[in-house]
Structures are given as structure tokens and as C-alpha cells.
Ligand binder design. Structure first.
Ligand SMILES: [Zn+2]
Length: 50
């Protein structure tokens, strides 16, 4: 299975805080995860950037 690396961007401040490896299947839909943003100092929704 092919995997690709994508960035996760804070939906609140726009900082790219994480990179994750996802499968090609997952890449077809936009990944959204709740993660801690050090800039916002709280857990925010992070979206896939590419
Ligand atoms: Zn943020």
C-alpha cells in the first residue's frame, strides 16, 4: 500500500503543527483531527494540508 505524508494545519491559527503518514485510501478524503496547538495553547481541529 502506498503511503503519503501530509501536513496537519491548525484550523484556528493556520500553523502547520504535525505531519502524518496516511494511506492512499485515506488521502481521498480530507483528514481532520483534534490535536494540541502550541500556538493556540489548546486542542483545536487540525486539517490535512495536501
Ligand atoms: Zn493554532
Amino acid at each position: 500500500m502506498a503511503h503519503r505524508k501530509v501536513g496537519l494545519e491548525c484550523s484556528r491559527c493556520g500553523a502547520r503543527n504535525y505531519t502524518v503518514n496516511i494511506s492512499a485510501k485515506q488521502a481521498s478524503e480530507r483528514l481532520e483531527l483534534k490535536k494540541f496547538c502550541k500556538h493556540c495553547q489548546q486542542v483545536t481541529l487540525h486539517r490535512q494540508t495536501r
